[in-house]
Design a protein around this ligand. Structure first.
Ligand code: DAH
Length: 378
């Protein structure tokens, strides 16, 4: 810095010459205009307005001028610095606006784009249907009961009044896990072990575990030595129902069946019973439901054939009957005081006719393309 000019000599300070100031200002303005980004502008700002910038240094030289020149130089430098600051602020605003616009474009999220989500699965329709059936009965006060899939032969057969030589026990139907020990056939502990062939043993377990009245619904998997084909599978699902109380009759059974088919298929469908034989029920019946598609019309009107029931008007559901007093006795229930009804049916079959599924293998193969169209039901 030059020494203060106290002698009022006309001192020429190079840095304060108007053209010098102009040059410094123009250089600064050019650099500001050329700054392509905010970071670069920050550097330009330091270089042209900082303590060591040419204009700041020139400003310090003002003191070296004679008094009359000071004001003029001060004004000139001040104007130059003002212009530079204004240009800086302007460029700063410009660059910030550019950055904001760019961020908006670059960081925009298109919420309509497909993304890598994990595909939602679906409940298997067999589970959904089984739950629906349970719900119908739970709403009437029934309890859901379960039993083991590996079952004592005594529960699977003996207690259900299957005689020892009943054909259902034979190898072509039953998967034997542990063959009969040769002990007493009336004792569960001495019994052989099988994969349960039906859910009826859960009836026995429910009666033994509870004091009457007993109202249970028992869904579960069962096993039979069938080859897998369009209508058979060695593993399938059944639902069993058991009601034990004082004064129950076949009218209660019929009313319960009617209510079930209406709850599951809608409308005012009915059921019908056909005489049949099961060792654990007496009397026993096969139960049919009125076809939910043609409501029985196809059977009487040849012009309206029905694929769902093959124009029978009825669809076979499963077996039912009044619990055989011998079964009640085997479970410690007094048949003199209590009576009961039971029914059981396969869920795959119901799923098949309910949804026109032609091949049972589609149900059990677990292909999600089969399951997904059924959607979710909670
Ligand atoms: N357990 C029989 C079966 O698997 C079905 C059945 C028939 C169950 C009559 C019942 C019934 O409860 O009363 O073939």
């Amino acid at each position: 810095m030059s020494a203060p000019n106290k002698s009022y000599d006309p001192v020429e300070v190079e840095a304060l010459k108007p053209e010098e100031i102009e040059r410094m200002r123009d250089e600064a303005l050019a650099a500001i205009a050329a700054a392509a980004g905010l970071e670069e502008l920050r550097e330009v700002k330091v270089a042209h307005t900082g303590d060591r910038s040419p204009l700041a240094l020139a400003n310090r030289e003002i003191g070296a001028l004679p008094p009359q020149a000071k004001a003029e130089a001060g004004k000139r430098v001040g104007q130059a610095r003002g212009a530079v600051n204004k240009a800086l602020a302007g460029r700063q605003a410009e660059l910030e606006a550019e950055r904001d616009a760019r961020v908006l474009v670059e960081e925009a999220v298109d919420v309509t784009l497909p993304y890598d989500r994990v595909p939602a699965g679906a409940r298997h329709p067999l589970t959904t249907l089984s739950d629906r059936i349970e719900d119908v009965f739970v709403a009437m006060g029934y309890e859901v009961a379960e039993g083991p899939e590996i079952e004592a032969e005594w529960f699977n057969f003996d207690a259900l009044n299957f005689p020892p030589d009943h054909p259902a026990r034979e190898m072509q139907d039953t998967f034997f896990v542990k063959p009969l020990s040769g002990g007493s056939e009336t004792d569960a502990a001495e019994s052989g072990v099988v994969l349960r062939t039906h859910t009826s043993p859960v009836q026995i377990r429910s009666m033994i575990d509870r004091e009457p009245p007993v109202y249970v619904i028992c869904p579960g998997r069962v096993y039979r030595t069938d080859e897998l084909d369009a209508t058979h599978t060695p593993v399938f699902a059944q639902v069993e129902l058991l009601a034990i109380d004082e004064g129950l009759t076949m009218a209660d059974l019929k009313g319960t069946l009617d209510h079930m088919v209406r709850a599951l298929f809608g409308g005012d469908l009915t059921t019908r019973l056909r005489p049949a034989y099961f060792p654990f029920t007496e009397p026993s019946a096969e139960m049919d439901m009125q076809c939910f598609a043609c409501r029985g019309e196809s059977a009487v009107n040849p012009d309206r054939p029905c694929r769902t029931c093959s124009s029978e008007g009825w669809i076979e559901l499963g077996g039912c009957g009044m619990v055989n007093p011998r079964v009640l006795t085997a479970c410690g229930v007094d048949p003199g005081r209590y009576s009961g009804f039971a029914f059981g049916f396969g869920i795959e079959r119901m799923l098949m006719f309910r949804h026109s599924i032609e091949d049972m293998r589609d149900i059990i193969e677990g292909d999600v393309r089969f399951t997904l169209p059924f959607g979710m039901e909670i």
